[in-house]
Design a protein around this ligand. Structure first.
Ligand code: PSU
Ligand code: MN
Length: 298
């Protein structure tokens, strides 16, 4: 694991650092916007006074903190793999370039001593999982990665209710930020309630400190909704979702290809609307994670 100098010195000084995942760049957003968005996410973290640490695997090393050349490789190379926790070992030995998911980013961030992490939407239980067994490795990883994860809920392509049940089973706290509704990623409200509402970054930090004092190892999920006027039109969302899930089934898409496939269909089928919404929510999450990191450091 190689921690970038800027990240290492911030951690050593107790200054705020925010971990960022790279799968959203390599496999969740289309080119060429992905590189621009990767830079904007880092800038959003800096604007709130924290140091960004985008995590990925390059040249046979886990990198915590990428320079611009590293970001460019992740965004532009054709051979970047999607790396869950189980893929890290083989990718390092083969020196294969790879982007880390929520699961592997949270795991590495915790190992590196980073306390806050921002993403778009968490992985979770896929629709139809009772037959396919497709549940994102994000969920189990969050059960043993003591970081605060800021997201816009779980991706709305998933079974949100089942995902909330699994998070309960795994003892992962879910805090609605300024809301008692679970956000729905592209949508402001998934139709489900969250167990706890919080209203500011200081309270999230206090909760994480209290948990740390108890030695609790689960991640804390902070679910940050988009304001309704920035979210996707629910009718458009539902129409494209049905098309995307039908196409995935017809084409036999499974395993780690499933999520990138469905997100790609969204970007193609909404005339750029899903891209706009995805970028908006991830920038908001990055800024909030930076404020929480600041509150944790202070
Ligand atoms: N959030 C986004 N876009 C993404 C992802 C999250 O806005 O592409 C990625 C994350 O890396 C997450 C992964 O861990 O999708 C989930 O994939 P799977 O369902 O295969 O576990
Ligand atoms: Mn899966």
């Amino acid at each position: 694991m190689r921690i970038a100098d800027e990240v290492a010195s911030a951690l050593a000084d107790g200054r705020p650092v925010v971990a960022l995942e790279s799968t959203i760049l390599a496999h969740g957003l289309p080119r060429p916007e992905n590189l621009r968005v990767g830079r904007e996410i880092e800038a959003a973290v800096r604007d709130e006074g924290a140091v960004p640490a985008t995590i990925a695997v390059l040249d046979g090393e886990v990198r915590v903190g990428l320079d611009d050349a590293g970001l460019r490789e992740i965004a532009e190379r054709d051979d970047v793999l999607k790396l869950g926790v189980r893929d890290l070992g083989p990718a390092l030995v083969r020196r294969a370039p790879g982007a880390t998911t929520v699961a592997s980013t949270a795991t590495i961030a915790a190992r590196a001593g980073i306390s806050a992490f921002a993403t778009g939407g968490l992985g979770g239980v896929h629709r139809g999982a009772s037959e396919t067994f497709d549940e994102s490795a994000d969920l189990l990883a969050l059960a043993d990665a003591p970081v605060v994860v800021v997201c816009a809920g779980v991706k709305s392509i998933l079974d949100v209710g089942a995902t909330l049940e699994r998070l309960e089973t795994l003892s992962v706290p879910v805090l609605g930020f300024g809301t008692d509704r679970m956000p729905g990623f592209y949508l402001s409200d998934s139709g489900h309630a969250v167990p706890w509402r919080v209203d500011d970054a200081a309270e999230v930090a206090a909760i994480q400190r209290a948990r740390r004092d108890l030695g609790l190892r689960q991640a804390v999920v902070v679910a940050n909704p988009l304001p309704e006027d920035e979210a996707m039109d629910p009718a458009l969302h539902d129409r494209v979702l049905i098309d995307a899930l039908t196409a995935a089934e017809e084409e036999g898409v499974a395993g780690k290809e499933a999520t990138p496939f469905v997100l790609g269909r969204f970007h193609a089928g909404t005339g750029g609307e899903s891209l706009r919404v995805n970028v908006t929510l991830v920038l908001r999450n990055a800024a909030l994670a930076a404020r929480i990191a600041g509150a944790l450091a202070g």
